[in-house]
Design a protein around this ligand. Structure first.
Ligand SMILES: [Zn+2]
Length: 222
């Protein structure tokens, strides 16, 4: 369950010197409102949370966004600590259908992640737009970033596309950390995975999770 996942993030990091008082949390999830319970849980467990979110959970805030978050970190005895959560999302209906969910107050079934489903429809239609669309910035960035990872002519299943998105998010997060974090005075924790909207509750499928403390990397177990 999502709550256990966040509680576990605090437990596993306490052994590496991270506490809610000496670290800043940053969360990148899709803008979809059904992702928000995770953000609320992170805020509750870690104090505040810097918002990294874009459609599909992609990290488009760039060096400026990362640097801003890092300038907000507490600096206990000259060390700063960042805890990054970065997760795309997918719905799973009670009958097992992937990508389908119910939303409070809506009668018909809904879907998630809508941005990835839109890309999938475009691929299936055989006509893919290209370039940066100023009227649809985030979706055009998703398209450009993900097409580099999809074999030409392929139309991935939603689960495959979500895993590809996770891989891209992990790579982009790693690159942004390398570009913006001063490793000699900063410790970093990374939690990635897929947020799953199941019947009546959100779940987390944990994937790559680690922390780097004084230059030493440790894998974090769930
Ligand atoms: Zn979404």
């Amino acid at each position: 369950m999502e709550g256990d996942y966040v509680a576990q993030s605090v437990r596993v990091l306490s052994g590496h010197g991270f506490t809610p008082d000496n670290a800043i949390a940053c969360v990148g999830v899709c803008r979809d409102e059904i992702t928000q319970p995770l953000v609320e849980r992170v805020k509750k467990a870690w104090g505040e949370a810097f918002n990294f979110s874009s459609l599909a959970g992609m990290l488009f805030l760039g060096k400026t966004g990362f640097s801003a978050a890092e300038h907000h970190a507490p600096d206990e005895e000259g060390r700063e600590r960042y805890v990054f959560f970065a997760l795309p999302h997918i719905a799973v209906h009670e009958d097992g259908q992937i990508g389908v969910c119910r939303r409070a107050g809506r009668q018909e079934l809904s879907s998630a992640c809508g941005a990835l489903l839109a890309l999938q429809r475009e691929l299936a239609g055989g006509r893919v737009k290209f370039g940066l669309d100023m009227d649809d910035l985030e979706q055009s960035l998703i398209r450009m970033r993900l097409l580099a990872e999809i074999r030409y002519g392929e139309v991935p299943e939603l689960l495959t596309l979500t895993k590809t998105t996770l891989k891209v998010i992990q790579a982009d997060l790693k690159r942004m950390i390398e570009l913006t974090v001063q490793s000699d005075r900063s410790d970093v924790a990374v939690f990635t995975g897929i947020q799953i909207h199941g019947p009546g509750a959100n779940y987390i499928w944990p994937h790559l999770s680690y922390c780097t403390v004084r230059g030493q990397r440790y894998s974090l177990q769930f």
